[in-house]
Design a protein around this ligand. Structure first.
Ligand code: ZN
Length: 176
């Protein structure tokens, strides 16, 4: 299944006037800031851009993205998969002065005639990165070990209850 790539650049006002849309992928190699903010990605980013104009003749882009990236779990320090999923309505503006008049459900996209779509998709994904990435508790190498260095301590503790019980019984037997 080969997927089409999102084009690198587009004239989004033109796209909005013609109600064009694009659906495709952007590879991590084309998003260097995202690449350096993560340990990698499980696959390309999926993105859908649907352009339109509203009643006030604003130029709008409904954009959704998703990608699974790999980050370092802040609990066990091992790599963990992080699902990113974003959805926004962007309003294409010439400068940020116009951004003050925007309805709250629109996000400003300051752009000249031509917009770099790869950077746009990357920006959405960057905003969705968790500040403190972590495994789910059941998947985390550090779960259940409050003290010590996690991974090694788990099997040792599993063996111990029986050994400790044996010692305890022996102790009691000799003491009484
Ligand atoms: Zn973890």
């Amino acid at each position: 299944m080969s997927q089409t790539s999102i084009p690198k650049e587009a004239e989004l006002r033109n796209w909005a006037a013609r109600e064009l849309s694009a659906k495709g992928v952007v590879s991590l190699e084309k998003m260097q800031r995202l690449a350096s903010a993560t340990l990698g990605a499980k696959s390309d980013a999926n993105a859908v851009l649907a352009c339109r104009r509203d009643e006030q003749h604003r130029y709008l882009v409904d954009i959704t993205t998703d990608m699974t990236v790999v980050m370092q779990c802040q609990r066990c320090l091992q790599p963990c998969d992080v699902d990113l999923r974003t959805s926004a309505t962007l309003c294409v503006l010439w400068d940020d002065e116009a951004a003050n008049d925007l309805p709250a459900n629109y996000d400003p996209l300051i752009s000249g005639d031509v917009t770099n779509l790869h950077a746009l998709v990357e920006e959405e994904l960057l905003l969705a990165l968790p500040a403190v990435p972590m495994h789910k508790p059941e998947d985390c190498g550090h779960s259940g070990t409050e003290f010590g260095n996690g991974v090694e301590a788990v099997p040792a503790q599993r063996e111990k209850p029986f050994a400790a019980l044996g010692e305890l019984l022996k102790d009691n037997a000799t003491k009484t």
